[in-house]
Design a protein around this ligand. Structure first.
Ligand code: ZN
Length: 152
């Protein structure tokens, strides 16, 4: 995307998340629980080199916590996070899929201890090849399935 096009939806300070797989921009917005009054721009289905199409989201006045970056990496593993100040990108970082994922995923196994109604415990998944594995019951989730088991 050219600088010219980007300026259409420029924000002064905040965060721009680029290289989100097309169709997941709104999911990112939902997951971040963005204040509905915050100025948010979602640009959907932009041509991309990495994917056929990508989404891009810009949020005025919001900076991401490390936990929020981790959650984004689960659904947009190639996302780029741009920190913006005075309308300029001051920091650019790529997300990294975490080795251990706590709390944010639900286990697909209903009899897993993490799904217990009496004393539910916080979920923990460990990255194993192209899957993540429940630390407690060894259930596997493929990367593509993760989006369906987000605990948000
Ligand atoms: Zn489990």
């Amino acid at each position: 995307m050219s600088e010219e096009k980007l300026s259409v939806s420029k924000i002064v300070k905040g965060t721009a998340i680029d290289h989100i797989p097309a169709g997941r921009g709104f999911l990112v917005q939902k997951i971040l629980k963005i204040d509905p009054t915050a100025r948010t721009v979602i640009i959907a289905n932009v041509d991309s080199k990495r994917y056929d199409k990508k989404d891009l989201i810009k949020i005025e006045g919001k900076y991401l916590t490390p936990k929020e970056v981790n959650i984004i990496s689960l659904i947009a593993p190639h996302a780029t996070i741009n920190k913006i100040e005075n309308s300029k990108v001051v920091e650019k970082s790529e997300v990294k899929f975490p080795d251990v994922i706590e709390e944010v995923l639900k286990c697909p196994n209903l009899s897993c201890i993490t799904n217990s109604e009496n004393e539910p415990i916080i979920t923990k998944f460990v990255k194993v090849d192209n899957t993540v594995q429940c630390h407690y019951c060894d259930s596997l989730l493929k990367y593509d399935e993760i989006v369906n088991y987000l605990n948000v």
